[in-house]
Unconditional design. Structure first.
Length: 369
């Protein structure tokens, strides 16, 4: 009886061990592996950005080649990389978005676009005082450009507030910032300007030329090449590298006389509504990469070697003849400009224009007496 009882107990224990998966002298069986959970797809936020120029690529900076106007594709690519693809900014030309320069802030307010280069001249049509940066002979060196923009930023923000937009860092579509006379005959002194029909692109470039004896002719850029060929104008007042877009050599307008610094800095506007929807880390990346891009451009504006290389390329490619810069001639023209164009601009811009102009002059160390 005792033997039968022991046998029965042994059988029960064996069955229990089998049911629990345990065996004598062995570790418990490992649980079955679960299939790895699928990663959630990354949400991609798509923005459209308006810009006025054609493609600027990174190799244009690295190779120091003046082959394209500068724009924002390199900036958009960097943001896409740094956000791991979460923010994809599509850089668009005006025709792609159906927006012209004066319409971009409205486009941001209506959420047609999320970012835009804001061309200063179009903002100054709404607030003439913001056209201060376009005054001839205002700045004396490239290092003063960022100083001026820091003065202008709060005033830009006041305008942008009406369009639910944020002011980003300033950038520029052009790497070369020197204004020159491009003419068919060399301009060596003030006497050589007398009687010259000179194309200008702004209303505040007329007074100083008239006082110097030239005849300023306001004209849109597309009309310049034909006007040079037909003799409607004898020369062009524009930036050095515009010899390429105007094809001045085809009309024998190969002589350039450096006159002054040209400032073409534009702020970036960002839709406040779109920006506030971004995750905080993406917002910071946008700020960081915009600052990087601004610094890249400013570094080249301040790099006289880079500017000289671009001038040398124009000389080599198109046979441009660049005269020496004359501080005396520039000083005389600057005096003419202050007596005419500056006075007219302040009348048009009103008290706010005078306030901004005085702040810029104080910031660069040349306050008016």
């Amino acid at each position: 009886m005792h033997k039968k009882w022991l046998t029965l107990v042994s059988i029960c224990v064996a069955v229990a061990l089998l049911l629990t998966g345990a065996t004598v002298g062995c570790a418990p069986a490992a649980p079955a592996e679960e299939a790895p959970a699928e990663e959630a797809p990354v949400e991609v936020i798509q923005w459209n950005m308006w810009q006025q120029s054609t493609a600027y690529r990174r190799d244009d900076v690295d190779k120091r080649v003046w082959s394209n106007p500068w724009n924002y594709e390199v900036f958009a690519e960097r943001i896409k990389r740094d956000t791991n693809g979460r923010l994809d900014i599509r850089v668009c030309l005006p025709a792609e978005l159906g927006l012209k320069g004066p319409e971009v802030l409205r486009g941001i307010k209506d959420e047609i676009i999320q970012m835009s280069e804001v061309v200063g001249v179009f903002v100054s049509q709404e607030v003439p005082a913001l056209g201060a940066q376009d005054l001839p002979f205002l700045l004396d060196s490239h290092s003063e450009i960022p100083v001026q923009m820091e003065v202008l930023k709060p005033y830009y923000q006041q305008v942008f507030d009406g369009y639910n937009a944020i002011v980003g860092p300033h950038t520029s579509p052009f790497p070369l910032m020197d204004m020159v006379f491009m003419t068919k005959k060399p301009i060596n002194n003030l006497e050589d300007l007398k009687g010259i029909k000179m194309r200008v692109f702004g209303p505040y470039h007329c007074g100083f030329l008239s006082k110097a004896g030239a005849s300023p002719v306001p004209m849109p850029s597309p009309e310049v090449p034909q006007a040079l060929k037909t003799g409607v104008i004898d020369g062009v007042f524009s930036c050095t590298a515009c010899c390429k877009s105007f094809k001045t050599w085809e009309s024998d307008a190969i002589y350039e006389k450096p006159v002054m610094l040209w400032v073409n800095e534009n702020p970036i506007a960002i839709s406040k509504a779109a920006f506030n929807k971004l995750p905080p880390d993406v917002q910071q990346i946008v700020y960081d990469d915009m600052a990087w891009f601004q610094n890249e451009l400013d570094a080249h504006h301040l790099n006289s070697t880079f500017s000289q290389e671009l001038i040398d390329q124009c000389i080599a490619d198109y046979g441009i003849v660049v005269a020496d810069y004359s501080p005396e001639m520039t000083a005389t023209l600057k005096g003419y400009c202050q007596e005419t164009d500056w006075i007219q601009w302040e009348k048009d811009a009103g008290p706010l224009g005078t306030e901004i102009l005085d702040k810029i002059l104080v910031a660069v160390g040349r306050p008016r007496k």
